[in-house]
Design a protein around this ligand. Sequence first.
Ligand code: ATP
Ligand code: MG
Length: 486
Amino acid sequence: MQTLHASKCGLSTAQLPSYILDVIDALTKAGFEAYIVGGGVRDLMLGLNPKDFDAVTDATPAQVKEVFGRRCRIIGRRFELAHVYSGRELVEVATFRAPPKKEVTSASGMILRDNNWGTIEQDFARRDFSINAMYYQPRKGIVLDFCHAIDDIKNKTLRLLGDPTLRFEEDPVRMLRTLRFAAKLNFSIAPDILEVFTPEMTQLLRDISPHRLYDESQKLFTMGHLNRVLPMLIDFDIWRQLFADIDPEISTFIERAAINTDQRIQIGKTINPAFFYAVLLWKPFLERCEFYLNKGVVAAEARAQAGLDVLKRQATRTIIPRFAETFIREVWEMQTRLLSPKPQQIQSLSTHARFRAGFDFLLLREKSGDHSTQGMGTWWDSYQLMNTDEKERAISQYNRQRAKSRRKASVDDVVESKSVSVEIEPLVQEVAPRSRRERDRKSRGKPERPVQMVTSGSSEIRADHPILKRKRVTRDLNQVVFGPTQ
Ligand code: ATP
Ligand code: MG
């Protein structure tokens, strides 16, 4: 173990927010050891802006609770921690951990329970990467470095503590963390990690709860280097583990969305991580819509059911919380509304709670070369910048164009005696539930075709399924509240 001078590592108390110093000071005053550890120390040394600060101490969670009283909550079962509220900030205070006892690991070596308190040396050995295992005592101005982590910082290398195979087996999420830190810090991954980071090894992620994997996916989406990490997820076969039905390829749409997300984070704008899920799952969603449409399900019903199906399949890997699922389905639903709005709805659409996200999504599609948006992304983009008079003119012009396309469609209809789509066609093409010939046959009392089982992948719909019998109801669209199941 070497003790480094904090100042020589580029660290000083002036860089630290008062909330973390308060926590360290209160624990020290109560007679405990207390350090800042993890990403906070690492990022400060690298000249980055830390996302948060984690503290570690020899006080047990119960003792931490005694020190901070009502400001402290003990959380977690598998991994017990104290959450200390300092001002408006939250500091995670962990207790030094010893190696887990044998009986609390699974057959594959995964740690199931991890509340065995220990010494700082034991705690160090339990951490994942050398660069995440530096203990900074700001009041003493020292950094405890047990493994020459400072060299890894200088050489920009990600090195796991201990045997990489064992460390991945203990906690397969470390594979995701490897890619996250490599992308975020632009570090190279040590050769001994690369050697064992195989597709077989990534299979261990199947044992991780979809809730935890969702949290990890969010960290990947919001770290500010999503565009850099996406190809790595494919190269290391992590993609398949995280996203069940999404082809492992980065389309222009996905790439643009990733770049956009990173840029927003860089300039301090908020992002909704569910937006990127909406992007990733868009293609499977369209394919599923198509599947239902081909079975004669009406468009709105097809979209609603497709949304449910796609999110349900994804939940086998990462469980997206209900509110985020609703957001995703609303963004998808908005695509249809924005593509072919009724003129009288345009104004209210532009003030709808989901308009912004839906519009961003539409524009992203359009800029990625998706011609099915019919230029409506650009139309809405200009519309928002107009004053009231200009808006009115734009709406009337849109209305005239729409009527013209309809007239054209009906003329063509007569000429070609078949229906033609209007110029601004709906996102999901409507298909009549039954062909005219079939309906005629039924009215003439001829027997219907035998009931067929329709199969696609894992899902089946019988041809007499109620979803196929839903009639199209004409609704007063002014009364409709937009929602995912409309
Ligand atoms: P971030 O910048 O994302 O916060 P971080 O390194 O601080 O990065 P956290 O998830 O906040 O990551 O964890 C804090 C510290 O706890 C880590 O730096 C590491 O020392 C330890 N740690 C977290 N997760 C693991 C894990 N799965 N295995 C071993 N140690 C871990
Ligand atoms: Mg952290």
